[in-house]
Write a protein that binds this ligand. Sequence first.
Ligand code: SAM
Length: 291
Amino acid sequence: MADMPKGRWVRETLYEKEGFTCAFRADEVLHEEHTDEQHLVIFENELFGRMMALDGVTQVTERDEFIYHEMMTHVPILAHGRARRVLIIGGGDGGILREVLRHKDVEKATMVEIDPAVTDFCRKHLPQISAGAFDDPRLELVFADGAKFVEDRDESYDVIIVDSTDPIGPGEVLFREEFYRAAKSCLTPGGVIVTQNGVPFMQGSELQSTIEKFRRLFNVATCYLATIPTYVGGPMAMGWGTDDETLAALPSAELERRFAAADIATRYYTPDVHKAAFALPRYVLEIVKPA
Ligand code: SAM
């Protein structure tokens, strides 16, 4: 990039073909390699702290990770109300796992990550993200393609959280209908699946595609929103698929009761934020409405 200030800058590559990029100054590179699956770099940035990018796409930063990880976990788990077994697809940095295991009623968390290098290097260079979750006896850690895992698995889960990269490279299969169909077959009756579904202002077609597939598989196909500063372009959509219409419409008093019983200290999630996250602005409603 022309006249970039001195030093190494890690460029966001997600929207380069559409003519947009931004960059994070790498004040110190802690680890960088081409794994068997993707390019991985973990570096220090003055504003966002330690952060990781995969194939040039920002994945997690020390400073704003709490927003995404709290909203991808506490919304489905508290809405479900009786989650005992949770499946995490992706999530290599351990942030989703950390938040899932804060729910003392969760008996088992199965995490299926395709790239052991992500977990290995995040445990070493970004340990504050997983915060010891990888040592929790409730964890079943599987290194495999999540799409293949749900095809072959004969166990069921109350909540499935797809904390994937974007639909490029190894993550692409996690946006296909056959994956969603196989994932649904791993859900207990009334279970819920949530998906990392990008920033609708920038990636609206990806959200539309997921919702159309969810609509063919579930009674309820929608999304909820949370704004994560380093996922640029406005609020991020978290896809929501379930056959239980009541889950996204729980009375506030019930959500308050469940949150109080969970006894979890959060920095972003509150029951009011949970309810409000499903109030979609018109441009997102237009994306998710039936064709
Ligand atoms: N919070 C990030 C976001 O919103 O983009 C996602 C973070 S997490 C690091 C994404 C993880 O998905 C990575 O560890 C990547 O290796 C994993 N992943 C990508 N494709 C996968 C697949 N097919 N099966 C399992 N894990 C996959």
